[in-house]
Design a protein around this ligand. Structure first.
Ligand code: D9A
Length: 320
C-alpha cells in the first residue's frame, strides 16, 4: 500500500503527522550550513528513518552532538557487522575507533549501500565531531572506546547465559543510554542519570529488537550471529533454529514469551529514568523509542508470526 493510502486508512494520524512534519521543516533551518554538517544530517535521514524525526525534538547544540554520536555508533556497527572483514583486521579497528574520530581524514571502506557512503566519507563526521564542545566530545569518546572493546570481546564469544545476553546488550545499547545521559548532562539541561537506569533504557530497546528480528537474523546469509541466549531457548528446543518450524509452534511461543518477560524486567528502570527528566524535548526524544518498543513487545507477545514473517508496527511517519 502507498503511504497516502496508509494515512487515509487511519485519519486520526493526520494531525500528529502534520505537526511532526512542520516541526521537521522548522528544524531543518537550524542545521549548520557547512557541507560536512549537511552530510551528517542527510546521512542521519538515510540510515535511521524515524530516529531522524525524533532527534529534531532537541535543542540545536545538543542535537548536533546526538547526531554525531549516532553516526559514530552506526559506523562502529558497520565495522562489527561486516562479515567480509577478517577478525584480525576488525578487532584492532574496533578497539582504536575512539581515536579515529579525532583524525580529520581517517576512513575505512566497508559496509554496503548508505553505510558504505558513511564509511567512505567518514571525514565529514570526524570534522563535525571536532567542532563539538569538549564535554560532548569526551562523552562520545568514552562510550566509543568502551563499546569498541566490548564488541571486540564478543566477536569470539557467543551469547550463552542470560548474563552474557545482558553483557552484550550493555556494550551495544546500554552504553548508548549512558552516553546520551552524559550528553544531556553536558548540555546543562539535565542532572546526570544513574548508570544503571541509563543502561536499562538501552537494554529494553535492544532486547525488543532482538526478539522482533528472530526470523530475519536466523535466515540471514551469510549466517549472522544470534543473540537469543541458550539459557532461555534450550528450555524449549535443542537448536535455536528449531523455533521456526511449524511442528514446534507451541514451544516456540512459550520461548518467545519467556524472552518478552525477560525484556520487561527493564521497564521499571525505564519509567524511573523518564520520570526524572526535566526538559520536555529530551523527554519526548527518550520516550518515543520506548513507546515504540512497548508496542512492538505487545505485538510480539504470544504471537507465532514472529517465527513466520516480520512483525512490525505500522509506522505512519516513516514513508511520508
Ligand atoms: C538510540 Cl544516539 C539508538 N538506538 C535506538 C533509537 O533510540 C535510542 C542508537 C543511538 C542513539 C540512540 C535512544 C533514544 C533516546 C534515548 C536513549 C536511546 O537512551 C537514553 O538509547 C538507549 O534504537 C539503538 C540502540 C537500541 C542499540 C541503543 C531508536 C531507533 N529506532 C529505529 C527504529 C527501529 O525499528 O529500529 O533508532 C529507527 O529510527 O530506525
Amino acid at each position: 500500500m502507498g503511504s497516502l493510502g496508509a494515512i487515509l486508512k487511519h485519519p486520526v494520524d493526520i494531525y500528529p503527522l502534520l505537526k511532526l512534519k512542520m516541526a521537521a521543516k522548522h528544524a531543518e533551518k537550524q542545521i549548520p550550513p557547512e557541507p560536512h554538517w549537511a552530510f551528517c544530517y542527510s546521512m542521519l535521514c538515510r540510515v535511521s528513518r524515524s530516529f531522524a524525526l525524533v532527534i529534531q525534538q532537541l535543542d540545536t547544540e545538543l542535537r548536533n552532538a546526538v547526531c554525531i554520536f549516532y553516526l559514530v555508533l552506526r559506523a562502529l556497527d558497520t565495522v562489527e557487522d561486516d562479515t567480509s572483514i577478517p577478525t584480525d583486521v576488525k578487532v584492532p579497528i574496533l578497539i582504536a575507533f575512539h581515536r579515529h574520530i579525532y583524525d580529520h581524514d581517517w576512513h575505512f571502506s566497508c559496509g554496503t549501500k548508505e553505510y558504505k557512503v558513511l564509511m567512505d566519507q567518514f571525514h565529514n563526521v570526524s570534522n563535525a565531531f571536532l567542532e563539538l564542545g569538549k564535554g560532548y566530545q569526551e562523552a562520545i569518546e568514552d562510550i566509543t572506546k568502551r563499546m569498541g572493546a566490548g564488541m571486540a570481546k564478543f566477536i569470539l564469544k557467543e551469547v550463552e547465559s542470560i548474563d552474557d545476553y545482558d553483557e552484550y546488550c550493555h556494550y551495544v545499547a546500554g552504553l548508548v543510554g549512558l552516553g546520551l545521559s552524559k550528553l544531556f548532562h553536558a548540555s546543562g539541561l539535565e542532572d546526570l542519570a544513574p548508570d544503571s537506569l541509563s543502561n536499562s533504557m538501552g537494554l529494553f530497546l535492544q532486547k525488543t529488537n532482538i526478539i522482533r528480528d528472530y526470523l530475519e537474523d536466523i535466515n540471514e546469509i551469510p549466517k549472522s550471529r544470534m543473540f537469543w541466549p541458550r539459557e532461555i531457548w534450550s528450555k524449549y528446543v535443542n537448536k535455536l533454529e528449531d523455533l521456526k518450524y511449524e511442528e514446534n509452534s507451541v514451544k516456540a511461543v512459550q520461548c518467545l514469551n519467556d524472552m518478552v518477560t525477560n525484556a520487561l524486567i527493564h521497564m521499571d528502570d525505564c519509567l524511573k529514568y523518564l520520570s526524572e527528566l526535566r526538559d520536555p524535548a529530551i523527554f519526548r526524544f527518550c520516550a518515543i523509542p520506548q513507546i515504540m518498543a512497548i508496542g512492538t513487545l505487545a505485538l510480539c507477545h504470544n504471537n507465532v508470526n514472529v517465527f513466520r514473517g516480520v512483525v512490525k508496527m505500522r509506522r505512519g511517519m516513516t514513508n511520508l
